[in-house]
Ligand binder design. Structure first.
Ligand SMILES: NC(=O)c1ccc[n+]([C@@H]2O[C@H](COP(=O)([O-])OP(=O)(O)OC[C@H]3O[C@@H](n4cnc5c(N)ncnc54)[C@H](O)[C@@H]3O)[C@@H](O)[C@H]2O)c1
Length: 257
């Protein structure tokens, strides 16, 4: 019996990195997956991989910065599986840089992909969860949403916004058996990671980037996508049945330094 056996899990940004790792892990633990991404080929490849392993999954192409897409995401999930038990909004992009470097369009895109994705995803999924007797919402925030990141303030603001949003949802929905939490990864070895290069004048190569971050990680290594996926599985499973409104760092100790 898997830890999310028979549950329907919608995971955004699951075509790559930690979302992909989470989709594969949740499927191996018995969940039916709604793989959501803006990148169609990557998302479809994850669906194919799940099906090849004997699991059940569909792909929905979504831009998490658009409410209409998020509504369609929930509608497609209900059409395929009649319910949604888990909504993990994990899609994201790297920040554009310092205040001086950031255009209005880039700022709006940060808020849209991260915060609107969580806000309007929740708006459309909450009624479905309530009707189904409960559910779990999880957001991928970041250690940069706890510890201010001057190298990319718009990213920091967006990730901090997701933490408060998780707590607002937790407060308003506990009585409906709906939990909401945020996970705060430190540096994770994913395809997104190298795109943080150049945000800081001293960080001009992926090697510089690792060096700059790893001195601040007591465990002295990058996190792996599977480690974030396993922490997310815990929060989305009944093992965490009394846990709501928490911000869980998965960062090798980064936030303690
Ligand atoms: N990698 C890190 O060090 C790190 C650290 C802390 C937090 N995070 C956060 O973790 C999450 C996952 O990142 P990752 O490192 O696995 O990156 P990744 O690039 O491997 O995966 C992100 C996925 O999100 C998708 N995506 C981007 N914009 C989208 C949109 N508008 N709509 C739908 N999908 C979209 C991408 O296509 C991609 O598949 C992100 O929210 C990121 O901000 C990453």
């Amino acid at each position: 019996m898997g830890r999310v056996q028979g549950k329907v899990a919608v995971i955004t940004g699951s075509g790559s990195g930690m979302g992909r790792a989470a989709a594969l892990l949740f499927a191996s633990e018995g969940a039916k997956l709604v793989v959501v991404d803006i990148h169609e080929a990557n998302g479809q490849a994850v669906v194919d991989e799940i099906k090849k392993g004997g699991g059940d999954a569909i792909f929905v192409r979504v831009d998490t910065g658009k409410e209409a897409d998020l509504k369609r995401m929930v509608d497609e999930a209900v059409k395929a599986y009649a319910r949604v038990d888990i909504f993990w909004h994990n899609a994201g992009i790297a920040g554009p840089g310092s205040i001086e470097q950031t255009t209005e369009e880039e700022f709006d895109r940060q808020i849209a992909i991260h915060v609107k994705g969580g806000f309007f995803g929740a708006k459309h999924v909450l009624p479905v969860m309530r009707k189904g007797g409960g559910g779990v919402i999880l957001f991928t925030s970041s250690a940069s949403g706890v510890k201010a990141s001057p190298a990319s303030p718009s990213y920091s603001i967006a990730k901090a916004g997701l933490q408060i949003l998780a707590q607002c949802i937790a407060l308003a929905n506990g009585r409906y058996n709906i939990r909401a939490n945020a996970i705060c990864p430190g540096p994770v070895q994913t395809p997104l990671w190298p795109s943080f290069v150049g945000r800081n004048p001293e960080v001009i190569s992926p090697a510089d980037l690792e060096k700059a971050f790893l001195v601040k990680v007591p465990m002295g290594r990058m996190m792996q996508p599977e480690e974030i996926a396993r922490a997310g599985l815990f929060l989305c499973s009944d093992d965490a049945s009394a846990i709501t409104g928490v911000l869980l760092p998965v960062d090798g100790g980064f936030l303690v330094t």
